[in-house]
Design a protein around this ligand. Structure first.
Ligand code: ADP
Ligand code: MG
Length: 211
């Protein structure tokens, strides 16, 4: 039970599609508490990633993830671009040279990826950011390792934990990013970045449902 290089690439391609489909949804969420560009940012970044697919197709998983991160970093502005860029670059460094990922490999990649976001953005749990979806998702992976669950079940649990974390951002008052400028008025809205994080992890669980 593992994720191979081709499957890793399938996930990235599926992310391009899902983020394209959810462009308007993410933009609406960002319109409520930010500057209405999160959907466009994610779509632009992942469309650029799509253009790099040919050069990634014979590479190891670490190189694939690093290429995704570098592409997001160079094509997406704002907070989201550098944060997701860091996420994928850190995941790529953890998986350097690998042609296959076990649950342990994926968990340590996600651990490094989230640490990168936290180091860069300084958000804590409850600040109403993507960290609120990614943290429970990582915890679910660690729990799945303890429980010796198969990889596909671990990915499912992790996506469900991300969904709960995403929904959990609704009542929160933002303490980081543009939404924090609204203070108390940011409460009652779902965080766009937590939503894109959920979509990315849900896409992983769906793409790798047989692993
Ligand atoms: P911008 O806020 O610059 O317009 P985006 O709209 O692309 O960038 O992304 C906004 C999302 O970025 C927010 O919904 C939030 O989840 C996330 N975010 C903002 N600041 C931080 C931070 N310091 N740490 C983690 N995530 C953050
Ligand atoms: Mg924005």
């Amino acid at each position: 039970m593992s994720i191979n290089r081709d499957e890793a690439l399938e996930w990235i391609k599926a992310c391009v599609e899902i983020l394209g489909e959810n462009r308007d949804y993410l933009t609406q969420l960002d319109a409520a508490i930010g500057d209405a560009d999160h959907g466009a940012n994610m779509d632009r970044g992942f469309k650029a990633v799509m253009g790099k697919i040919p050069e990634m197709s014979d590479k190891d998983i670490g190189t694939i993830f690093k290429t995704v991160g570098m592409t997001l970093l160079s094509t997406v502005g704002g907070a989201g671009g550098p944060l997701y860029g860091t996420f994928f670059i850190q995941a790529g460094m953890k998986t350097a040279g690998k042609m296959e990922l076990s649950l342990e490999d994926w968990t340590s990649a996600m651990d490094a990826a989230l640490s990168g976001i936290v180091m860069r953005g300084k958000a804590e749990l409850g600040d109403k950011t993507m960290v609120d979806a990614l943290t429970p998702a990582l915890n679910a992976l660690k729990q799945a390792m303890t429980d010796d669950l198969p990889l596909n079940q671990a990915l499912k649990n992790s996506a469900e934990a991300a969904r709960e974390g995403m929904v959990g951002t609704i009542p929160l008052v933002a303490r980081k990013g543009r939404a924090s400028y609204l203070g108390e008025r940011s409460a009652g809205h779902q965080d766009p970045g937590a939503t894109s994080s959920y979509l990315i992890l849900k896409t992983a669980a769906d793409t790798w449902s047989n692993s």
